[in-house]
Design a protein around this ligand. Structure first.
Ligand code: UT7
Length: 329
């Protein structure tokens, strides 16, 4: 019997979406000052690198942004919604408790029948979703997948808490993954440690017709910062080793866009030149599960990332979760 050749998985196209309302640090600081809360453009830039973020208009949902990003990714791949047979959405701000945002996006794309489900890994959601999609494509469960990260984090921000509300924004990023003759995805590694579940959480739920607990994001910023620096370094080493590659082989590092200090620290650990780091956090803030897909699409459309480049995508966030995907674009 002839052995079946291994299926490879590659990115066929990328897309993204941002709501039109762009809020600068100065504008946000003025809004907060009106509530008696003090912050400044200087503080936000010095501690995070963020200059602006986008906020969705009332009524605009993660599925709206995710559908827009998905259509852009399909267009870039020269494909139509009917070519897709798997949809995975990473989000922590789903449209509703259920059905999944993936089911809603499937419907908005005019599709029916293919598997569609959400992945909940907070800011690591995009790399988790890419890992799961890669495994399903390699296994023959599907041929072309939409992997979408979509968030309206502004909906869960406590605008009386200056330590968190200046950090996050709304948006979506998407890729079409397809089976291919050559790689593609070289390796992925995913992790979680629930011991740290309290350092970044939105500890509310719906029960008995009421919200129980707090439906607002809260974070121990310093604890998250320290853990993020460590695990991003560790998982980069791990995924490089799994693929038989070295850090010097990486053309572009595209980490979760939360804080330039963490991102630049990760690049330094890998001994990558600063210009090998894709940075979009200054314009988008932290868009959680959307950030890596958004940054990838900006880098592709901006002409930074070229076909054949080796990319390291890395996510880290609530759970605590972290993971990485190494790929040839
Ligand atoms: O998406 C998942 C991953 N998330 C992350 O990676 C976030 C990781 N954490 C961080 O990025 C940083 O910890 C923050 C940006 C959240 C905070 O930066 P920091 O350098 O750790 O600041 P800090 O929490 O130590 O606060 C320093 C000071 C404090 O004042 P005192 O106690 O020194 O007087 C804060 O009260 O800055 C104050 N502060 C602010 N001041 C002006 C906190 N938030 C603000 C603010 N404006 N918005």
């Amino acid at each position: 019997m002839t052995p079946t050749p291994p299926r490879h998985v590659r990115i066929a196209g990328t897309g993204s979406a941002l709501p039109p309302e762009r809020v600068t640090n100065h504008e946000l600081a003025a809004r907060l000052a009106a509530q008696g809360i003090e912050t400044s453009h200087e503080w936000i830039v010095e501690r995070t690198g963020i200059h602006a973020r986008h906020f969705a208009a009332p009524g605009v949902t993660s599925s709206d942004l995710g559908t827009e990003a998905a259509l852009a990714a399909l267009d870039a791949a020269g494909l139509k919604p009917e070519d897709i047979d798997l949809i995975i959405v990473a989000t922590s701000t789903p449209d509703m408790v259920f059905p999944s945002t993936a089911s809603i996006i499937q419907n908005k794309l005019g599709l029916a029948g293919c598997p569609a489900f959400d992945v909940q890994a907070v800011c690591s959601g995009f790399v988790y979703a890419m890992g799961v999609a890669t495994a399903m494509l390699r296994d023959g469960a599907a041929r072309r997948a939409l992997v979408i990260g979509a968030e309206v984090f502004s909906r869960i921000l406590d605008f009386s808490d200056r330590t968190t509300c200046v950090l996050f924004g709304d948006g979506a990023g998407a890729v079409v993954l397809e089976t291919a003759e050559v790689p593609g995805i070289l390796a992925y590694r995913l992790h979680a440690d629930g011991n740290y579940r309290d350092i970044l959480c939105t500890p509310g739920t719906v029960a008995g017709g009421q919200v129980l607990g707090s439906p607002m994001l809260r974070m121990d910023g310093q604890a998250v910062f320290k853990l993020a620096v460590k695990v991003l370094g560790d998982v980069a080493d791990e995924v490089l080793e799994a693929a038989g590659k070295e850090a010097a082989d990486i053309d572009w590092l595209i980490p979760h866009q939360a804080n330039v200090r963490i991102m630049r620290g990760t690049a330094r650990k890998l001994k990558l030149a600063p210009e090998r780091l894709v940075e979009t956090v200054h314009e988008h803030g932290n868009t959680s599960a959307a950030s890596i897909g958004l940054a990838l699409d900006v880098a592709v459309r901006g002409g930074q990332v070229q076909r054949g480049d080796t990319l390291l995508l890395e996510g880290v966030g609530g759970g605590f979760t972290w993971g990485a995907v190494l790929l040839d674009y």
